[in-house]
Design a protein around this ligand. Structure first.
Ligand SMILES: Cc1cc2nc3c(=O)[nH]c(=O)nc-3n(C[C@H](O)[C@H](O)[C@H](O)COP(=O)(O)O)c2cc1C
Length: 183
């Protein structure tokens, strides 16, 4: 049966390497009968998590109103979350980090029943050739998944891509499309 898959992208480069892989994944997953939605975090107005622990207490996910509140229901409704992002300074870009930080609201705000237990996957790329560079994203992703009782169904990790179009010199697009088979 088709699943609801939400893809969260982290790059502001619309045709950049991680967005191209996200689209390849999404097209393949849709072709398999899944319902796929891409949310481009770089196009959202996002603030940081204040750690105030008042999530949902004022009737909205984050008490500091921003676009996280417009996507929170999509996140809760998804059977699977796919994160597609470049490495920025051995971590993730601030726009997708803001969304990841605000996932805390589901735990604090009593939504764990809909937030825990999803399937998840990671698509990630970076400039440097050393695959260990991707650990700065992969390891937090795996720890976050474990804490949230998410099942990691796959990871596409592509080093050695810097500029828009570099992904075509790798098998990243094919790997991202093949990831759809795992859902
Ligand atoms: C602000 C910034 C920080 C970056 N930091 C790293 C880094 O720490 N290590 C690395 O290998 N690549 C780094 N990169 C390169 C990107 O990961 C690389 O260009 C990637 O292909 C961009 O993906 P995109 O096309 O999806 O935006 C950085 C790029 C930017 C713009």
């Amino acid at each position: 049966m088709g699943k609801k898959i939400l893809v969260l992208t982290g790059s502001a480069r619309k045709d950049g390497n991680s967005n191209r892989m996200a689209r390849a994944f999404s097209e393949a997953a849709e072709a398999k009968g899944n319902e796929v939605k891409i949310i481009d975090t770089a196009r959202l107005k996002l603030n940081f998590c204040h750690g105030c622990e008042t999530c949902y207490k004022t009737g909205k996910p984050c008490s500091f109103n921003d676009d996280f509140n417009t996507i929170a229901d999509d996140i809760l409704a998804a059977d699977a979350l796919v994160f597609s992002t470049p490495v920025y300074w051995y971590s993730v870009p601030s726009q997708i980090k803001a969304v990841i930080d605000k996932l805390f609201s589901f735990v604090i705000g009593g939504k764990a029943d809909r937030f825990f237990g999803k399937e998840t996957a990671l698509i990630c790329c970076c400039e440097e050739e050393d695959p260990a560079i991707l650990d700065g994203v992969r390891i937090p992703f795996e720890r976050t998944s474990a804490l949230n009782k998410w099942t990691v169904v796959g990871e596409v990790l592509v080093p050695g891509v810097l500029s828009v179009g570099d992904i075509d010199k790798t098998d990243g697009i094919a790997q991202a499309a093949a990831l759809a088979d795992k859902f």
